[in-house]
Design a binder for this molecule. Structure first.
Ligand code: G6P
Length: 475
């Protein structure tokens, strides 16, 4: 039985790099990309919450110059913007966050780049976030800090406002010591996190890795499931635990039965020539998602003697992401080159090409894709949780879809009834996809029922409530 957070009436300060809406050059605001926002926004809806974050766009000139305020009414949350100059966006967001930490925390799939100036910008922006909260939060308020962008915030905040209750949640995997120990000033990040009362991770594996990393600090002692931390003369204890994130499952479930989404799904299938089976991939265009290898595996399955005479189609939606970074530009070239090669091979056999969509789609359009697809393919090389696979499961009220899932996602620990595959191995992805395509309807239904149980038991509300309940018991 879950303990309800004790002080529901008091405000929760939600602090994340991005606001739930992003500012476009055209002067409008739209939903921000990524799993953090898609799970957090509905999870906070029933709380009296303030969201502190960045607009996704550089401030026109100095960091204090204003721009049109974010639309509060679209989200029911009070939104407070932390502004950044163009130079800060380059050094903090594109530099330290996404050229050093992001690759490092995802098994160094591409080589992390460490630059002193980027780290200094990271410190400055983390301080700006901490000051923003410190000047606004009422006494004893609850502050929930998110993700790798803001790992210094908990300690900064504890110094500025010792009365606050501080929780931190990491949405991405925590790296192994082998990788983490290569990070210059990694100890500062650990000390930053240890300013929290509660540190949460997606999986038990990340908890273990974090425990191993802090074991190297002289001022930290393990006491049962907690850590005793001394910081100068002060001492406090930090609870550490796994809180697997989930999607707003009821929302996807309900939407998938509405007329408008079902009609949109029917149109998608009609545009694909009413396929016997439709395979779907939905990802941010990120090197952690394993998209190129997946396209090769799909090509191999479609061409195989077993499946080439069946009317099987595939759609890959790739949402543009971090497009200013050269690693992401190179990734786009690799994915699109791979796609051209695979589609040329399919054309030689008279088979339909894999349909590739490179654009940001609205949530209801993605819901329609989930409803249209018979098989969902998620092949991340490393992924803190992966919400796409859970959203797909939540969108199958008739228990009739099939999920092929990378064993390297946090979700794989819960969704063991998916067809699990090794994302590094194209042959194994093709094997899993083949198994899913040829499975009987009865087997697919049994698997989907079990998957839905896991997704609905651990949805977005459960995640937020259990994290906040744990935070409220820390002092
Ligand atoms: C992942 C991260 C989020 C991030 C999202 C989108 O889900 O965990 O913190 O917001 O990717 O990335 P972006 O760089 O566009 O914010």
């Amino acid at each position: 039985m879950l303990k309800k957070p004790a002080a529901r009436s008091s405000r929760t300060f939600n602090v994340a790099n991005r606001l739930p809406v992003e500012y476009r050059d055209s002067g409008s605001w739209s939903t921000s990309p990524g799993g953090l926002v898609s799970a957090m926004q509905p999870a906070l809806h029933h709380l009296d919450a303030v969201w502190v974050g960045w607009s996704g766009a550089a401030a026109p000139a100095g960091p204090h110059e204003s721009r049109p305020a974010p639309p509060d009414d679209a989200t029911n949350l009070e939104l407070i913007e932390v502004a950044m100059t163009r130079a800060e966006v380059i050094a903090y967001y594109e530099g330290y966050c996404n050229s050093a930490l992001w690759p490092l925390y995802h098994d160094a799939i591409v080589a992390p780049v460490f630059r002193d100036d980027d780290y200094h910008a990271y410190c400055a922006i983390n301080l700006r976030f901490a000051q923003c909260v410190a000047t606004r939060a009422p006494r004893d308020a609850c502050v929930w800090v998110h993700d790798y962008h803001l790992q210094l915030v908990p300690r900064l905040l504890r110094v500025l406002r010792p009365d606050l209750r501080i929780g931190f949640f990491l949405h991405v995997p925590f790296p192994s010591w082998e990788h983490f120990s290569t990070l210059p000033r990694g100890d500062d990040l650990l000390e930053g996190l240890l300013g929290s009362d509660l540190v949460g991770f997606q999986t038990a594996q990340s908890v273990e890795r974090f425990m191993e990393a802090v074991h190297h600090l002289p001022n930290v002692r393990r006491q049962g499931g907690c850590l005793e931390v001394s910081d100068g003369d002060a001492r406090h204890s930090v609870t550490v635990g796994a809180f697997p994130i989930g999607p707003p499952a009821q929302l996807y479930d309900k939407a998938s039965t509405t007329r408008v989404i079902r009609d949109a799904a029917a149109s998608i299938r009609a545009e694909c020539d009413e396929p016997e089976l439709l395979i779907l991939g939905v990802d941010r265009l990120d090197y952690t998602k394993g998209i190129a290898r997946r396209i090769k595996a799909v090509g191999a399955v479609l061409k195989s003697p077993e499946f080439r005479h069946r009317r099987i189609r595939c759609i890959q939606l790739a949402t543009p992401s971090r497009t200013a970074l050269s690693t992401y530009q190179a990734l786009r070239r690799t994915v699109e080159d791979t796609l051209r090669t695979v589609n040329a091979e399919l054309a030689e056999l008279g088979l339909a090409p894999i349909q590739y969509i490179y654009e940001q789609r609205a949530t209801d359009e993605i819901m329609a894709l989930y409803v249209a697809a018979d098989v969902m393919l998620v092949t991340s090389l490393a992924d803190g949780m992966n919400l796409v696979c859970k959203e797909y499961v939540a969108s199958r009220p008739n228990n009739d879809g099939r999920l092929v899932l990378s064993k390297n996602t946090g979700a794989a620990a819960q969704l063991t009834d998916a067809w699990l595959v090794d994302p590094e191995d194209t042959t194994d992805i093709a094997r899993g996809l083949g198994d899913a395509l040829r499975a009987s309807a009865t087997e697919a239904t049994h698997r989907m029922q079990a998957l839905r149980q896991a997704v609905f038991d651990y949805d977005a509300t459960h995640w937020a409530d259990s994290f906040l309940a744990a935070l409220h018991t820390t002092r």
